[in-house]
Design a protein around this ligand. Structure first.
Ligand code: ATP
Length: 237
């Protein structure tokens, strides 16, 4: 299996003299969903910000499909789809204009754009919101906009930060169905989450962060073996 994301010995944070994450290493291959798990403040979002290229590591290296942010920032950014924890949007653009902008910035042609955009609007029950502005949306609807924008461009790698918070049950089901479909088609997905039951059901591997360091990583079976708790769930680990 091809490695899509490689995080190698990354130490980093918000300033050069204070490391929030320390010597973090893991990878994501194609056709897998990997959960990034940890308590509040463990460093999940900080790790994600380094992967996105928003923070520069103090030490270590991150590459997506062999490219680093430092060597080729434009192509690096195009190689992942990001679903943020807090929706980011333009007040002056409608829902449809947001997804159109996303398509244009990724060079999707018109026909492909329509082919992909319509089913997404339908799946997330947002067709009636098409010409409305995100300020008029609930938090969950804004989250659906972020999800549709990421899914539209079908990147090889998805970075998903706390995707479930704020979504209604149908939205959660749609998101998880689409992510599983993307995985079957070859995508790799890194998903930060607090919801352990969802992680256990949908993720192939788990990375457990504690105070900025990786405490353990592996499949559920491997984690159980490591902890010597054969029937344990992620809650116990
Ligand atoms: P949560 O589950 O609550 O979102 P998290 O695992 O994503 O937590 P981070 O947001 O990465 O954790 O926070 C890790 C540490 O980094 C915390 O001590 C936090 O205070 C600090 N931190 C987060 N954002 C900033 C920032 N913008 N500037 C400085 N420190 C920050």
């Amino acid at each position: 299996m091809t490695t899509l994301l490689e995080v190698k010995g990354v130490t980093g944070g918000y300033s050069y003299n204070h490391a929030v994450i320390k010597d973090v290493s893991f990878h994501i291959r194609e056709k897998e969903i990997v959960a990034l798990i940890g308590l509040n403040g463990a460093g999940k979002s900080t790790t994600i910000k380094h992967i996105l290229g928003l923070l520069e590591p103090i030490a270590g290296e991150i590459s997506i499909a062999g490219k680093t942010f430092q060597s080729d920032p434009e192509n690096y950014r195009l190689s992942y789809g990001y679903i943020p924890e807090s929706p980011i949007y333009y007040e002056e653009l409608t829902l449809w204009e947001h997804i159109e902008l996303m398509a244009m910035s990724h060079g999707l042609d018109r026909e492909v754009f329509y082919e992909r955009a319509r089913p997404l609007l339908k799946e997330f029950r947002m067709e009636e919101m098409k010409d409305r502005f995100p300020q008029q949306f609930s938090k969950g609807m804004r989250q659906k906009l972020m999800i549709m924008m990421a899914l539209l461009v079908q990147p090889p790698l998805y970075i998903v930060d706390e995707p479930i918070l704020g979504l209604d049950p149908l939205g959660i089901r749609s998101l998880l169905t689409w992510l599983n479909r993307c995985k079957e088609q070859g995508a790799g997905i890194l998903m930060s989450t607090h919801i352990l039951a969802t992680a256990e059901k949908h993720c192939d591997r788990f990375i457990i962060l504690h105070k900025g360091e990786i405490r353990a990583q592996g499949t559920l079976e491997e984690l159980r073996r490591m902890t010597g708790l054969p029937d344990s769930s992620l809650d116990d680990i």
